[in-house]
Write a protein that binds this ligand. Structure first.
Ligand code: AMP
Length: 520
């Protein structure tokens, strides 16, 4: 049977898990930690570092160190190092490859397949980008599943009693809230909502802004353009934020942060939890709307929930927990590990796919409505948000002008009544429509979404039966050829790195032997 791992590819940290004796087990990385920083770095001598090694040297190599790449998935952002440009998919693939290799070293077998999680609120382009990253890393991506659903699976697996659960997931870069109906044999997502650009990084940035202000007031110097100082400030801000989850005050001490005419300048500041809460209140409040929307879409009141599960590192912030308590009137459950449950759920889902687990069926939903643009900038939804997956829906449209023989289909995802307010997933043309007065031709547009949440669209002229179909590929996404090329590049790099490691190990071994010979 192919060896399958479950991967939580996080904005800040990633985690990998596999099935052992019917249980999901978290795999420690080569450095012995249960999570791996989602950081990639390129050293000056051409080596690539991933995880802790990359994070550790971020201050001294800030311009060649990349973190929070997940925020750019599905966009056309490129990272350039030594004249070579990498897509967010390729960067993420480097993280996935390390997780795969660490898993292989731990299990002692080669790993071929993976289930990878994404925020429930990820768009189609972001999901495709994640799947491509897995392919580039040499993985057969069996399923893309939503993080809160995965967390609920880890929580609900093997639990006897039916219950309705809210998963409040605030990670490093994204916020999701999902409401699930957990039964002994099924886990059904009733509704999901969120914000793809809200997470722990934003809390860090608030603290960085506060520190920059203090430094500016004290020394009249703006550090915001100094990459190395900014890297140190960001790290110190995150550290202070984490300390404030357990203490009332955090002291930030950054010696030699800048060089002035009168010598080196240092930064020392004490940030209280009260001040931190004031700086970040708007971020905590930004989670309230999606929570309410998910409850409304599920047709539930907070009192109908049996439990509220907190997932993602940022739910350790006391003000976040207070907000959850206040919105739901419930004490959030802490009996799942917010850093590990997502990866564990992913490998349980893998167990379902490989047949290792028979007892549970997972029913997920699409997070955003899908439809097409019609005359006058109007969005015509074809699949409503929170429709269970997989699904297929069609609508018949007509032409806007007399004797029009082609139409352009603009595929949109979002909740805005105006077409221009939504995210365009792509456009395509249906040609060869039979000439007729406007309003006569009947063009059937069908959307289907598979269990990975990936969209396929067909447009058909019902008179001629002529049709055109596409699998949507967002503007930032890679073509099949680009993915193939990236797979070859990644394999070539992995082979080169393996050769070099072997060479280094051999040299080190010889060194030990030489030493041994000398000692003797
Ligand atoms: P995740 O994407 O779930 O790994 O969450 C990572 C985010 O959680 C990062 O922004 C971390 O800084 C944040 N985080 C981790 N531990 C804590 C903590 N104890 N208090 C506040 N934030 C934390």
């Amino acid at each position: 049977m192919p060896k399958l791992i479950g991967i939580d590819l996080g904005t800040t940290n990633s985690c990998v898990s596999f099935m052992e004796n019917g249980q999901a087990v978290v795999i420690p990385n080569a450095e012995g930690s249960r999570t791996t920083p989602s950081v990639v770095a390129f050293t000056k001598n051409g080596d690539r570092l991933v995880g802790t090694a990359a994070k550790r040297q971020a201050v001294t190599n800030a311009s060649r160190t990349f973190s929070s790449v997940k925020r750019d998935m599905g966009s056309d952002k490129r990272y350039t190092v030594d004249g070579k440009s990498f897509s967010p998919q390729e960067m993420s693939a480097m993280i996935l490859r390390k997780l795969k290799e660490d898993a292989e070293a731990y299990i002692g077998e080669s790993v071929t397949d993976a289930v990878i999680t994404v925020p429930a609120y990820f768009t189609d382009a972001q999901r495709q980008a994640t799947r491509d990253a897995g392919v580039i890393a040499g993985l057969n991506v069996r399923r893309i599943i939503n993080e809160p659903t995965s967390a609920a699976l880890a929580y609900g697996f093997g639990r006897g009693e039916p219950c309705k659960v809210m998963v409040y997931d605030l990670g490093g870069g994204t916020f999701d809230v999902s409401i699930l109906d957990i039964n002994p044999e099924t886990i059904e997502v009733l509704a999901t909502a969120g914000n793809n650009r809200l997470g722990g990084d934003d809390f860090d940035q608030c603290v960085v802004g506060w520190l920059l202000d203090r430094f500016r007031k004290e020394h009249h110097i703006d550090l915001s353009k100094d990459a190395m100082a900014m890297q140190r400030l960001t790290e110190a801000a995150e550290k202070a934020k984490i300390e404030l989850s357990a203490a009332a005050e955090a002291v930030i001490n950054l010696p030699f942060l800048a060089q002035g005419s009168s010598g080196p300048m240092h930064l020392e500041a004490a940030l209280t939890r009260t001040e931190f809460n004031r700086l970040t209140e708007h971020l905590v409040n930004a989670t309230r709307g999606p929570v309410q929307q998910a409850l409304d879409d599920a047709g539930l009141k907070p009192r109908d929930l049996s439990r509220v599960l907190l997932v993602g590192g940022s739910t350790r912030i006391p003000a976040v927990q207070d907000a959850v308590r206040q919105i739901t009137g419930k004490e959030p459950s802490r009996n799942i590990n917010p850093d590990e449950c997502v990866a564990m759920g992913a490998c349980l889902q893998g167990g379902v796919l490989t047949g290792a687990i028979h007892s549970i069926v997972l029913i997920d939903v699409t997070p955003l409505s899908l439809g097409v643009e019609t005359l006058g900038d109007v969005f015509a939804p074809i699949i409503d948000r929170n429709t269970p997956l997989p699904c297929r829906h069609s609508k018949v449209f007509t032409t806007a002008a007399n004797f029009q023989t082609s139409v352009e289909i603009n595929v949109l995802q979002g909740e805005c009544a105006n077409a221009s307010g939504n995210h365009s997933l792509g456009r395509f043309r249906l040609e060869g429509i039979r000439r007729a007065l406007r309003g006569i031709p009947q063009i059937e547009v069908s959307f289907s979404i598979d269990t990975n949440g990936i969209v396929h669209v067909t447009a058909k002229d019902l008179a001629t039966e002529r049709s055109q179909n596409i699998t949507i590929s967002g503007s930032g996404n890679m073509s099949r050829e680009e993915v193939d090329r990236a797979v070859r590049d990644a394999e070539a790099y992995a082979a080169k790195a393996a050769r070099e490691k072997k060479e280094k190990d051999r040299t080190a071994e010889n060194g030990v032997r030489d030493d041994g010979a000398y000692d003797a």
